[in-house]
Design a protein around this ligand. Structure first.
Ligand SMILES: [Zn+2]
Length: 156
């Protein structure tokens, strides 16, 4: 939904097998965007992580800060029980998991080999907040079967 495909490109690609729109969109609330970045900042020099939820895929309406079990500057993992509890809370709000974010304290905003290997939620968007440059750089991706597809992040 809300894939911005110019009519021409759509026609040209429609016949292609396994067509995936090149740049799907993810709509994230301005306040959630800020919450996500400030959480990652507060976790520096370690990687920070968390989840986003919304009423439908493609929407980040809530931010759930998670503990980085690895407590590492180069990796993150989330405790299974904490994950299950958060999924239940999302359900109670009538929402579902739409995004997973984590930070890269010193590397660029692109999924690492590990990020790709452990990306188990193909429907969700993976957001990376990089502090490698001065201001945080925030990028979104879909990760499916080892493939990384950039997703346009739209604040609203
Ligand atoms: Zn990463």
């Amino acid at each position: 939904m809300h894939h911005q495909i110019p009519p021409k490109a759509k026609g040209a690609d429609a016949g292609r097998k396994n067509f995936v729109p090149k740049s799907p969109c993810f709509y994230i609330k301005e306040s959630i965007w800020r919450k996500m970045i400030s959480h990652c900042k507060s976790e520096l020099p370690l990687e920070g992580c968390g989840l986003l939820s919304g009423p439908a895929l493609g929407y980040g309406n809530n931010c759930w800060k998670m503990r980085n079990l690895d407590a590492s500057p180069i990796s993150f993992s989330i405790d299974d029980q904490e994950l299950r509890n958060t999924f239940l809370e999302m359900e109670r709000k009538g929402e579902k998991l739409t995004g997973i974010f984590h930070s890269h304290p010193t590397s660029r905003a692109y999924p690492s080999h590990q990020d790709i290997k452990y990306a188990h939620y193909p429907a969700a968007i993976y957001i990376i907040v990089s502090f490698a440059k001065k201001g945080p750089e925030v990028k979104g991706y879909k990760i499916k079967n080892g493939k990384v597809i950039p997703v346009q992040l739209i604040k609203y």
